[in-house]
Write a protein that binds this ligand. Structure first.
Ligand code: PLP
Length: 349
């Protein structure tokens, strides 16, 4: 096998990831702080994220599906893994075999788990206002859960990143549920929920976004460190004369003699066309504006003011999550999870 170096890479800051987790753990007060690592750790690579967070002290992890759970085996000693989508019929073999717990989210799933006669602990999701996954409160209180060994009872906030009366309503509903359904632990808050205050933390919090550099609520801006730095290689630097255009649709016209750096990355890598007009990259502290549209595998940056930039150099995309989301219209979540499979993921301290 020949080693082929990747022309695009995500530089991932392990120290920032750990610092974000420690900050969220401190905000969680006496509650344990877990980590949502679904969607391959929000695009960073779930296995590496788990390993770094275990080293930081995290013990409770959440993925969406059994395939995601299987990919994380074997688990380190003392690590707990929950599967948020619960168990469908097709998941039962995995659910019986793997050392992970389903988060049962409907009466049907509860019945399926009971019928399997496992007796092993499970988690349960109760819906307090999301109407997505989870037993309705009346279903949860109607006897369906009697005798079940519930390790963690969960609910999920629908509007935690907003100023919404729904937050307090869901909190009151979850408290009511907690008083009536026995479980070893209760878990309610995602990243934004943690920022709503200690009342929301209960026994175990489940941040995702903020671990990876997202700012879940404006009042915590500055507390979360950027983790993901996308970097792309310059394929060539070319000269463009006044009046000449760059890219599909000829949407960018040189207003002066310009130098264009063409980089090895495009919308197929998750750098979507909505960055046109506002996206920038940095090369040796020069800020290079995007020139024209984003292509599938290529982007062009106006490097006229970036002196000696040359073929083979690396550009760092400006990818501060709240800032980038505000200017391009994608959510911070989409900015992370859209980063595709062609990026080499390289962790640095
Ligand atoms: C994804 C998810 C989380 C993490 O949410 P963030 O907003 O990324 O912090 C927590 N709980 C559940 C049930 C989730 O699906």
């Amino acid at each position: 096998m020949i080693a082929i170096p990747s022309p695009l890479r995500l530089r991932l800051d392990r120290t920032a990831l750990a610092a974000n987790w420690r900050w969220l753990a401190a905000q969680s007060g006496t509650a344990a702080c877990g980590a949502a690592i679904k969607a391959d750790g929000y695009g960073l690579g779930a296995r590496a994220v788990m390993q770094h967070l275990v080293a930081a002290g995290c013990r409770d992890f959440f993925v969406a599906s059994w395939a995601e759970a299987a990919a994380l085996m074997p688990l380190a000693e003392g690590v707990s893994l929950s599967v948020l989508h619960g168990v469908g019929e097709a998941d039962m073999v995995a659910a019986r075999t793997l050392p992970a717990r389903p988060v049962l989210g409907s009466l049907q799933q509860v019945a399926r788990w009971r019928a399997a006669g496992e007796g092993r602990p499970c988690d349960v999701m109760v819906d307090t206002g999301m109407s997505r996954l989870g037993l309705r409160i009346d279903e949860a209180l109607g006897g369906a859960l009697d005798g079940l060994a519930i390790e963690t009872l969960l609910s999920h906030l629908a509007s935690a990143d907003e100023e919404s009366a729904q937050n307090a309503q869901q909190l009151a509903a979850f408290r009511e549920v907690r008083g009536r359904i026995p479980a070893r632990r209760y878990s309610f808050a995602n990243s934004a929920g943690i920022c709503l205050g200690r009342d929301y933390a209960f026994d175990l919090t489940r941040p995702g976004l903020a671990l990876y550099g997202g700012t879940p609520r404006p009042e915590v801006a500055g507390q979360i460190r950027q983790v993901v730095y996308p970097e792309a290689r310059v394929l060539q630097v070319r000269s463009v004369r006044v009046g000449e255009t760059v890219g599909y649709g000829a949407t960018w016209t040189a207003s002066r003699g310009s130098r264009i750096a063409v980089a090895n990355m495009g919308y197929a890598d998750g750098y979507l066309r909505c960055h046109a007009g506002s996206g920038t990259a940095t090369w040796q502290s020069h800020r290079l504006p995007l020139a024209g549209r984003v292509s599938m595998d290529l982007v062009a940056f106006d490097a006229t003011d970036a002196g000696a930039i040359d073929e083979g150099d690396w550009l760092t995309l400006d990818y501060d999550l709240p800032e980038t989301a505000a200017r391009c219209g994608l959510s911070q979540y989409e900015l992370l999870t859209g980063l595709g499979g062609r990026w080499a993921r390289e962790w640095v301290d």
